[in-house]
Design a protein around this ligand. Structure first.
Ligand code: PLP
Ligand code: CA
Length: 307
């Protein structure tokens, strides 16, 4: 973008920026892969960053996989990654409920998916609600099932079985005074190839928030929780940390909120025109979504990483 904060990263500037950081955080969808398709050059970039002594982490708002599942997906794509380096919202939500909400040994009502149930179980938290509202193919009439007195929180992530019944159930729990309310993330749409899209977790969370007339605490980007937990576990110097993402309102905003350097890659959701519109808006909040740098694809980092 001419005359703006957001510079194209290449040549000497690229080398300077990489030299100025020792930790790189990658968003996943739209940055290192699109769905099941790896972004060309991504494995080389990640492996070479590590060989160059950089620490690499993955921060994704997608709650449908456990850390182990992400590590397996990444291994198949040729990335050398340990599961401790992956911070997905299923895992982050579980550690939030355990460490912040103190719910270890307690139970939550989950609008979510099997990966969330697994991460909750690993954190010592029981759940009720995961899966379709069916018993032997018959719709459960929840109106006739008493509320579980042990439920201490309503938790909302991606749920392909989301229904009016689940929405109603969540509301009944949230009407109770002592019920906590946590969501994974607010992504409103999940982009598909060819300009298509499907509704994201933000739609489900907003439905529950509207019914309950209260706002959930979220753990995913742009909430600082994901970065703070990573920094707590690994001791990250934020001035020497680069956040790479394809979305201005989640990835780049997270980076700005946490004082990191930010890099937009144009292989996903946001465009340079979006960044330009934020920059020209004159609104301080929107200007936090303008990245420091951009590249067409993370493969553009490779020239600075050749042996
Ligand atoms: N949530 C869901 C359910 C998704 O499927 C995706 C992308 O596939 C996302 C969120 C966004 O993920 P990311 O933060 O890696 O872009
Ligand atoms: Ca993304």
């Amino acid at each position: 973008m001419s005359g703006s904060k957001c510079s194209k990263l290449g040549g000497i500037l690229l080398k300077q920026v990489l030299d100025s950081v020792d930790t790189v955080l990658f968003d996943c969808d739209g940055v290192i892969w699109r769905g099941d398709q790896v972004i060309s050059g991504a494995a080389d970039v990640i492996n070479r960053l590590k060989e160059a002594g950089k620490r690499v982490f993955f921060v994704t708002n997608n709650s449908t996989k456990t850390r182990t599942m992400y590590a397996e997906k990444m291994a198949k794509m040729g990335f050398k990654v340990a599961e401790e380096e992956v911070f997905g919202t299923a895992y982050c939500c579980a550690i939030y409920l355990k460490n912040v909400c103190q719910l270890q040994g307690k139970k939550v009502y989950l609008i979510g998916n099997p990966a969330m149930a697994q991460e909750l179980a690993a954190a010592g938290i029981q759940q009720t609600g995961e899966g379709p509202d069916l018993i032997c193919g018959q719709q459960i009439d929840w109106a006739n099932v008493p509320l579980d007195p042990d439920v201490k929180a309503v938790v909302v992530g991606f749920d392909q079985h989301f229904s009016y019944m689940k929405l109603n159930r969540a509301l009944q729990y949230l009407i109770r005074q002592d019920c906590m309310f946590v969501g994974t993330n607010r992504d409103s749409r999940l982009p598909l190839e060819g300009g298509k899209a499907v509704p994201g977790t933000g739609c489900l969370l907003q439905a529950v928030e509207t019914a309950a007339q209260q706002k959930a605490q979220t753990v995913g980007k742009p909430s600082k929780f994901m970065f703070e937990s990573l920094a707590l576990q690994f001791g990250v110097d934020r001035e020497r940390c680069l956040m790479v993402g394809d979305r201005l309102d989640t990835d780049i905003l997270l980076g700005s909120n946490c004082g990191l350097k930010t890099l937009l890659t144009l292989t996903g959701v946001s465009t340079l025109a979006d960044a330009e519109a934020h920059e020209k808006s004159g609104c301080t909040e929107r200007q936090k979504m303008v990245p420091d740098y951009y590249v067409d694809s993370i493969a553009d980092l490779l020239p600075a990483l050749q042996a």
